[in-house]
Design a protein around this ligand. Structure first.
Ligand SMILES: Cc1cc2nc3c(=O)[nH]c(=O)nc-3n(C[C@H](O)[C@H](O)[C@H](O)COP(=O)(O)OP(=O)(O)OC[C@H]3O[C@@H](n4cnc5c(N)ncnc54)[C@H](O)[C@@H]3O)c2cc1C
Length: 369
């Protein structure tokens, strides 16, 4: 049940209801634990809402092995996750294995070698072949890399499904408009949180506050270098079939939705914690989309928004307990790949919190790595 009043005692408290916090609550409740999830604003309105929903790193071969491991495990988990949330709530997150077409990658050799090593389906395509896949592409591209198994999900709908599931779960208490303001202490031990609606005493705390995480834990013994990196996106109201697959070129992409809308992403801007949208980014993203698929010029841009990615060194998230405060855990810093890494990342932190041997080696994600 969503409650407005302060909670004074809880077993596990999760701070931050983006995808990472929601999935961690969902998994903890699935293992029989009672959880309180607090969110400063409304559930799922920040990066997890703003993202494109591509369930793969954009150029997966360029990433640290630690990112690939979480992405790979999550990719296997997503179809089951979407199906069980649909069964539970009736909400369809529109998991869609639409495939990813990468154009004119300068490092195709490395890509193909990575594809073989990691057993990812990947094919090199000549112009005629990729034009057959995506007939409305402009003719200015020479080479394609086709990854047929890459999927997309409607992340805002996935967040709604998770919220609906958690609200109905008697083991979960979800409190919106409740901001963590600091830790509460008994001698040198952390025994709870100070929040905008009162004090919460609890045994374990998980901080999953995305781009805002570093500021919340700076009084502890560990520094997590997570910074906000703004990304702007556009939505074009086109027709079903005009764009058939996710298409990526020079770091930017278009994503088709089942209803014909096309997302265009994204800018990368270090402007602190502000989320303004700019005419300059709108022009640059629309020019990109029109250059890629000239027919998109005939359709209106109906939405423009920005979100703050939680950037971390090499995009490897921090997942683990805080040294010297073993009842405080962090799961944050997923940068550009938080949606694709989320299920495995939540599973890892939940295993660590419950003292279960994790399936993934936690060392590369540790806070003192
Ligand atoms: C434009 C854009 C496109 C993207 N595209 C993709 C993509 O296609 N694929 C992909 O895998 N990833 C993508 N990402 C990255 C992905 O969205 C993020 O990595 C991921 O959503 C991070 O999730 P999170 O739960 O850690 O953070 P968030 O979703 O930001 O959630 C953090 C939550 O913590 C809350 N919070 C903060 N401070 C407090 C406090 N003091 N007290 C209580 N609550 C607090 C916030 O209000 C927020 O709800 C994209 C990101 C952007 C911005």
């Amino acid at each position: 049940m969503t409650v407005a009043e302060a909670v004074h005692k809880a077993d596990i408290v999760i701070v931050g209801a983006g995808l990472l916090g929601l999935l961690s609550a969902w998994q903890l409740a699935a293992s029989g634990r009672t959880v309180t999830l607090i969110e400063r604003g409304r559930v799922g309105q920040e990066a997890s809402w703003a993202g494109g929903g591509i369930l793969s790193p954009l150029y997966p071969w360029r990433y640290d092995e630690a990112v690939s491991t979480l992405a790979h495990c999550s990719q296997s988990a997503y179809p089951g996750l979407a199906a069980s949330l649909k069964d539970e709530t009736g909400i369809d997150s529109q998991y869609n294995r639409c495939g990813l077409l990468i154009l004119d990658a300068p490092d195709e050799g490395e890509a193909m070698a990575w594809g073989q090593r990691s057993k990812a389906a990947m094919e090199s395509l000549g112009r005629e072949q990729f034009a057959a896949l995506e007939p409305n592409l402009s003719d200015s591209f020479q080479q394609g890399l086709w990854m047929p198994e890459v999927a997309n999900i409607r992340n805002p709908v996935l967040l709604q499904a998770l919220k609906a599931s958690l609200i109905d779960n008697p083991l979960v208490r979800l409190i919106e408009n409740c901001e963590m303001q600091g830790f509460s202490w008994a001698a040198s031990k952390i025994n709870g949180l100070e929040t905008s609606t009162g004090r919460i005493e609890c045994a374990k705390i998980l901080i999953s506050c995305g781009a805002w995480t570093a500021g919340l834990v700076e009084q502890l013994t560990v520094q997590v270098p997570i910074e906000p990196v703004k990304g702007q996106m556009l939505l074009i109201k086109a027709e079903p079939g005009l764009v058939r697959h996710i298409v990526l070129s020079e770091g930017r992409y278009v994503i088709p939705r089942n209803d014909g809308h096309v997302l265009v992403g994204s800018s990368i801007e270090k402007t602190g914690f502000e989320k303004s949208i700019t005419e300059q980014a709108k022009r640059s993203l629309s020019d990109f989309a029109w250059h890629l698929i000239p027919r998109l010029r005939d359709y209106p841009i109906v939405k423009h928004w920005a979100g703050l990615r939680p950037s971390s060194p090499n995009g490897v998230p921090f997942i683990g307990a805080v040294p010297e405060h073993e009842n405080v855990f962090i799961n944050a810093g997923h940068f550009r790949n938080g949606l694709v890494m989320a299920p495995a990342s939540a599973k890892l932190i939940v295993d660590l919190m419950l003292g279960v041997e994790p399936a993934i080696n936690p060392q590369p994600y540790g806070l003192e790595r």
